[in-house]
Design a protein around this ligand. Structure first.
Ligand code: ACO
Length: 378
């Protein structure tokens, strides 16, 4: 079995100039820039430029990129209708998959070096419209096409929540978009890459990625982590809950642990900062932040010996909740942002490193057998 790497651990499937992770020291960089600096000094739009064109934009490049995004929010009415045709209690990521499948049938053009990046920008704009309408459909609100504003983050918040967000909220949303934008080749990006390797279209790659992101061991963890805080209910219950659920029943602590990070996930630190800041204005959010802190302390005490620490999903839910998003939308908010990483990686792969991804499975079943007629079997 030595040929098999379970879970493809430590298997490298491509080279990349997009994202660097040092899991031992908790360092994450996009295109050479520390994640902390990007969140502090740039916007999601600048990060889109960095990921798609290899560097941060000049003022005029940024202006051009913003105009392209503003023009891409429009999606055909049929796609919106399709989202609204699903029952309100449908899974939000499932609704996104449906919308992206429909978009694939309309815009799934072949790869072409001359316009892959322009197509990627349009896809990201359309993703914003899809996510906003998934929320609105589930909440029984009328459909909307996001209106251009100062930023992608602000347009998204306005269209999805039907209110003008504060500058602090826009900054937190923008930070979240940057923090979730890419993370090298986790399960969802790998699913997108496998799909792109057959030269399937960019929208189909996103459908594959969404399907992989949905699970609780990946993007679904933000929802699961937050549900733990809701289940705990009050900060004083945290210790008993932890003892029963994690220590005795041996359940996994959601929002903890990572295949690559063997120390504190640098994104979790930044999410924690925004979670504290935003939750201050909302009693329930403040309570959940306090519960999260207690669970974090207990988790670190219990798991640091195994090098298991908070990951990006531990505090992101408190930020999303403070912004006013229902728990069922957390994975979709992750997806909105990660759409950038998916398309950037598939472009990098298709343009520079393309080869069909086709691994092998080591056969361990019976050796050759003769077929017994059905009446003689059993
Ligand atoms: N709580 C308790 N124990 C854990 C946790 C956790 N969150 N994570 C790992 N472990 C333990 C396992 O039980 C196992 O212990 P053992 O060796 O005694 O059996 C050991 O650590 C290794 O676990 P694996 O699942 O093999 O490690 P892997 O690298 O596959 O785990 C994963 C990564 C799936 C993220 C895991 O840490 C986990 O399940 N975490 C909870 C879910 C979560 O937060 N996912 C989000 C990840 S970040 C993201 O996708 C954006």
């Amino acid at each position: 079995m030595s040929q098999i790497s379970r879970g493809l651990e430590n298997v490298f499937i491509k080279t990349t100039s997009l994202t660097y992770i040092d899991g031992e020291n908790g360092i994450l960089r996009y295109g050479g820039y520390d994640i902390e600096d990007l969140v502090e000094h740039t916007s999601f739009e600048e990060v889109i430029h960095l990921m798609l064109y290899g560097d941060l934009p000049t003022k005029s490049q940024l202006q051009k990129l913003k105009s392209s995004i503003d023009e891409s929010y429009e999606v055909p009415q049929q796609v919106i209708d399709m989202i609204y045709s699903l029952p309100k209690d449908s899974d939000a990521i499932g609704m996104m998959e449906t919308a992206f499948s429909a978009l694939s049938s309309l815009y799934g053009s072949p790869w072409n070096k001359n316009n892959n990046r322009e197509n990627a920008i349009k896809l990201i704009g359309r993703a914003s419209t899809v996510v906003a309408n998934v929320l609105r459909a589930k909440e029984g609100k009328k459909p909307i096409i996001p209106e251009p504003s100062e930023s992608f983050a602000k347009s998204f918040l306005k269209s999805s929540l039907s209110r003008t967000p504060s500058n602090e909220e826009v900054k937190a949303m923008d930070a979240s978009l940057i923090l979730y934008a890419d993370h090298e080749v986790p399960a969802s990006t790998t699913a997108a890459l496998v799909t792109s390797s057959t030269l399937s279209d960019m929208y189909s790659c996103v459908v594959a990625a969404l399907a992989a992101l949905k699970g609780p061991l990946h993007g679904g963890a933000a929802e699961e982590a937050f549900k733990q805080f809701v289940e705990i209910g009050e900060p004083q219950n945290a210790e008993t809950w932890f003892r029963n659920k994690i220590t005795e029943q041996k359940s996994r602590l959601m929002g903890f642990g990572h295949r690559v990070y063997k120390t504190y996930d640098p994104r979790a630190k930044i999410f924690k900062k925004y979670a504290k800041l935003l939750s201050e204005n909302n009693d329930n959010a403040r309570k959940y932040f306090s519960i999260a802190q207690s669970v974090e302390d207990l988790g670190i005490k219990t798991f640091s010996e195994k090098r298991i620490y908070p990951n990006t999903d531990f505090y992101s839910g408190v930020v999303f909740y403070s912004l006013g998003f229902p728990i069922y939308m957390f994975t979709s908010l992750f997806a909105l942002s990660r759409t950038l990483g998916w398309v950037a990686h598939v472009i990098e792969y298709v343009e520079d490193q393309h080869r069909l991804i086709r691994p092998r499975a080591l056969y361990i079943g019976p050796l050759k057998r003769e077929i017994v007629p059905i009446e003689l079997r059993g």
